[in-house]
Design a protein around this ligand. Structure first.
Ligand code: FPP
Length: 288
């Protein structure tokens, strides 16, 4: 039996022999095959169509890891949060989830320090460009990207990149990623009411269906699961209109710590309540 040191040195010599990219390709392939097996077992039960996520705890994670020197540099936490986001999106789509919606920046987040707001805008622009790059995971999945929110509040470079992302992916046939930026639910509902009143051209009544047609989420199924990391149990003005039958999950991990196993637990937990939620939904729909 070889010792752990012998194994590490063997692994290193393989790395030198085959080159780092080949090894990482092999590791990637093994991971993909294992996930394929895991998801085929999981899909014996119902797979959610729409998963929504409140990515909470990036700064706490950075602080905990003492990345923060003076308490103001939260960039590392947000960067790691983005890594978590990309892998979670990839796992969701591999599992068969059709829509992923994430809360990236609320209107209230504009109250943070100007440096952090600028940092988040710059990071979003940089990461959106990465998402659109030829070699990105999202590109290979043919993902359609939406942005929900009062986009006029974004900085000019972030706004232009968001518009480019929506324009270039508009006809993509793969899963849908909706990124909520400069978003709050109350603002979305206000925007939908205003648009419905405009549509009615002074004819008077506005129906619930008019309002729903004007929500950012129009045409998208309601979220089956809403995950908020860091153990927080509030919705914080996220998808209030759409979350009537969503199963809420509050894993205690901070967002950069959220991994495949936490996602699998969330889906298993949803599968346990699925029959009950379906029955409740059918009953309410019938009485409408
Ligand atoms: C919440 O953690 C996280 C945010 C406000 C920003 C999340 C943004 C990203 C991960 C980048 C997304 C980029 C794109 C293109 C979608 P927090 O700062 O509230 O952390 P705390 O709860 O520990 O204070």
């Amino acid at each position: 039996m070889s010792t752990i040191f012998e194994r590490v040195s063997l692994f290193r010599s393989h790395l030198e022999k085959y080159g780092e990219s080949k090894i990482s390709k092999i590791i990637g392939y093994v991971g993909f095959t294992m996930r394929k097996f895991l998801f085929s077992v999981l899909s014996i039960g119902p797979i959610p169509e729409h998963v929504a996520i409140i990515m909470d705890g990036n700064r706490r994670f950075a602080k905990r890891r003492t990345f923060l020197r003076d308490g103001t540099d939260s960039a590392s936490g947000h960067r790691l949060g983005f890594r978590s986001l990309i892998s979670t999106i990839q796992y969701c789509y591999e599992m068969g989830v059709k829509c992923v919606t994430v809360y990236a920046f609320s209107i209230d987040n504009f109250n943070r320090s100007p440096q952090e707001v600028q940092l988040l805008m710059d990071l979003m622009k940089e990461k959106m460009e990465e998402m659109l790059a030829e070699e990105s995971v999202l590109k290979s999945l043919d993902v359609k990207i939406n942005f929900w929110g009062n986009l006029e509040l974004l900085t000019e470079p972030a706004l232009l990149t968001a518009k480019r992302a929506m324009d270039t992916t508009m006809h993509n046939k793969g899963p849908v990623l909706s990124v909520c930026v400069a978003y709050t639910s109350t603002n979305e509902i206000k925007h939908a009411i205003e648009a419905s009143v405009r549509d009615s051209k002074g004819q008077g009544q506005v129906e619930v269906s008019d309002l729903e047609r004007n929500l950012y989420s129009a045409g998208c199924v309601e979220p089956d699961i809403i995950i908020r990391t860091s153990g927080e149990t509030r919705l914080s003005n996220f998808l209030l209109w759409q979350s009537d039958f969503s199963h809420l999950q509050n894993p205690k991990q901070l967002w950069p710590e959220f991994s495949l196993r936490h996602l699998v637990f969330a889906v298993l937990d949803y599968q346990l309540v699925y029959a009950y939620l379906k029955k409740r939904k059918e009953k309410i729909e019938k009485n409408k």
